[in-house]
Structure formats: C-alpha cells, structure tokens
Design a protein around this ligand. Sequence first.
Ligand SMILES: C[S@@+](CC[C@H](N)C(=O)[O-])C[C@H]1O[C@@H](n2cnc3c(N)ncnc32)[C@H](O)[C@@H]1O
Length: 402
Amino acid sequence: MMKEKEESVYKRDAISYYAQPMINSRYDPVKVRWEDKICQDHYRKMVKRLIKGGEKLRILDLGCGIGYGYHIISNILDKNVPIDANNCKLLDEDDIEYYVGLDINPDLVGIANDRYKDDEKVTILHHDFLRDRYPKRPFNIYFSSGVPFSHLNDDEFSLLLEKIFYHIKSLGISAVLVVDVLGRYSMEWQPQWDEPSWHIYNMSFFSDGNEAEPVYMKFWGEELNNFVIEAAQQAGVKAECFDTFDRSIFIGRHIDTGNFNPNLKKMRSMVNELFYPLQRAPLQEMFMNYTYEDSPEDIRRYYKRITYYWNYALATACSYLGIPTPDWFEVDEAYTIPESLKSDLEHLGPITKDKEIYEHTDDFRADIFEPSLGYLLRNIECNCSEGLGAAHTLISIFEVSP
Ligand SMILES: C[S@@+](CC[C@H](N)C(=O)[O-])C[C@H]1O[C@@H](n2cnc3c(N)ncnc32)[C@H](O)[C@@H]1O
C-alpha cells in the first residue's frame, strides 16, 4: 500500500517536474533580466535613501500575491561589487527588518506562507487592502507590484490612498509609497486608447461557463502623480514624487498574445530568443515601423523617438554581424542618439572583432553577442522612459511625510 502511494506521488512529481516548458515560462528572460531588473534599478535608489538614513526596511506589500515583492527587493543588485565578491546583492540579511504581504486571494496567501514558512521576517495575511485594517506596525515602504491598484476605480483608489496616508500619519514617520498601475498608452491596447481610462479589460466566466462578468481595470497616464499628491493633501500629509517610469514598452506580455492589438510583432518572444542559450534571434524581424496616428501628440512623439533608437541599435548590431537591415530603415539625422546608447553600442562592436576569444563557447552569436544586444535594448527602455503611461506598467515612487 505504502509502496503504491510512494510510486504515485513519485509519478505525479515526475510529471510536473518533467512536463515543465523548456522555454516560455512565466519567469522568462524578459521578466527576470529586463522587467524585474528595470524595476530593481529604480528601487535601488529608494532603498539606498532609507539605508543611508540608517533605517532598516519595514515593507508592507499591498496585493502581494505569492510574495514576489519580497524576492524583488531582497535581490536588488549592488552595482559596485568587486568581481571577487561571492554575491552582488545590495542588501545584507539584516537590512530588511520585516516584510508583511497582504492579499485578498486565499490560495495565493497559502502559497506565499508555504514559500516563506522558514523566514521569520515574512508575514503574509489574507486581507482586503481596501476594507481591512492594516497591521499596527510601522512601515517605511508601502509597496505594490503587478498592477494591483489598477483593479480600483477612482473612488476606490482615493479610499486606498486615504487609508495608507492615515496609517503613515498615525505612526508619525516618513515612508515611501510605490504605486504600480497599468499604463494607459501601451501599444498592447492601442485600439482602446480612446476609451475612458476605467474600462472593460476582459470577461471572466463563471464555472458553469455560461455567464460572463466584465472585469474593469483602470489605465493611468501622467495624471497619476497629481492624483496621489492631491489625495495626500486631503489626508493632511505631504507626498512628493521622486521617481516615475514606464516599464515594458515593446515587450509586455500582451504584445505577443495580440488579445487587444492583433497588429504587433511577437517582440517578447524575439527578445527572449536574444537571451536563450543556443538560439539565434531573427534580428531583421525585430525592426518596427508602426504608426501612431490619432494618439496624443506627446505619446506619438515619444514612441517615434524610442522606436528610432531601437531600430538604430538593431541596425548597428546587424552591421557588426554583416546582416542586411530592412530596405525601409534609414538613418535619420533629426534624432540625437543618447550618450548612454552610443556608449553601449561602442562596447558591442569590439565583441564581434574579438570573436575568436570566445571560441570555447558553443555559438558566439547566440551565446555572447545576442545577450549583450538584449541588455543594450533593455537599457534603451531603462534610460529613455518618461513616465507617460506609454508602456504596460507605469510606476511612481513617492516620499510621504506626516
Ligand atoms: C497581478 S497580481 C500581483 C501580485 C504580486 N504583487 C506580484 O507582483 O506578483 C495582483 C494581486 O492583487 C491582489 N488584490 C487585488 N485586489 C485586492 C484587494 N482589494 N486586497 C488585497 N489584494 C488584492 C490580487 O489577489 C493579486 O494577487
């Protein structure tokens, strides 16, 4: 009997273990090396401000899911670590005093609790961040990731901000607030840019499969920051935005699903191919010549500029490899290439000149050149984002003083 049970457990574990997709998991290179890293670059500034002021991190993660926010913050890299050090993380064990995650979904709370059961700094609570009372502990980071506040309409979001600000006020200590929402002008939903900013995102089906319920989401642009600052004034605290950025401009997940905009190239998959070992990405396919008619002028201008940088970088990479560029692409002197991109491209060039040095690897282009190009393209997004809501996610970080 026991043996039979063991065998079936083994069988089940073996199936889930071996049946994992070889590529294209949720934690694909675009998530880990691009989306998370861009966020962590920004969170580094926020965390350093607190640590420099002698504080330990006390984090409240609103809508924490499986507690990914804890993973993101504890794994921020220190850019200045010497090569001989054993790890390159910014934070030491005791820099985080505690992390409290709140989520309304009991299944996710269960997974998070299981995941962090051996870490005494972590508490995960089944909690509705709009209606339940926050723990009576002081926090210096009110964190969010994965757009939990886009589930709230304006009235609900005001209520949430009021709750957070009263919590900060009642404790009498300053804190930072990270607001992570859906961007209004992501190319993923370009056909919906004209719709009201609170609109139906998808239909969720009840278990009988017959009844469909509309799921509304809120999409934000530059107006986000004033909304938060005004809510702070109303609550009698001061909020100052010290960082705002767009994340996932050309590589959001719905670029590839085409659920909202069927006219886009599957850029996320192609960028993943830059990072996957032993796979060559279709570089010529990665040029973009989308049009942005009927969009607000600043959004159109922004997309045209950043698309040009993207194409210019690809054209330079193609020239290093001796690959022809698409006929329609031309160098346009009207655009000034940013210094950061110029410098990244200058570093990419010598890699191809020295390719014999990498003979010990398997495929120079797939394993050495393309990942470097991937980081370079990521850095365009990282360095040129303007916080317009012109990407999947818009993130703003505020200093809040009671
Ligand atoms: C897309 S997930 C992001 C999860 C996590 N922060 C991450 O980055 O992976 C959004 C989360 O917000 C949670 N959520 C939505 N409304 C909530 C509420 N009123 N109170 C607490 N959690 C909520 C959902 O259950 C979900 O886990």
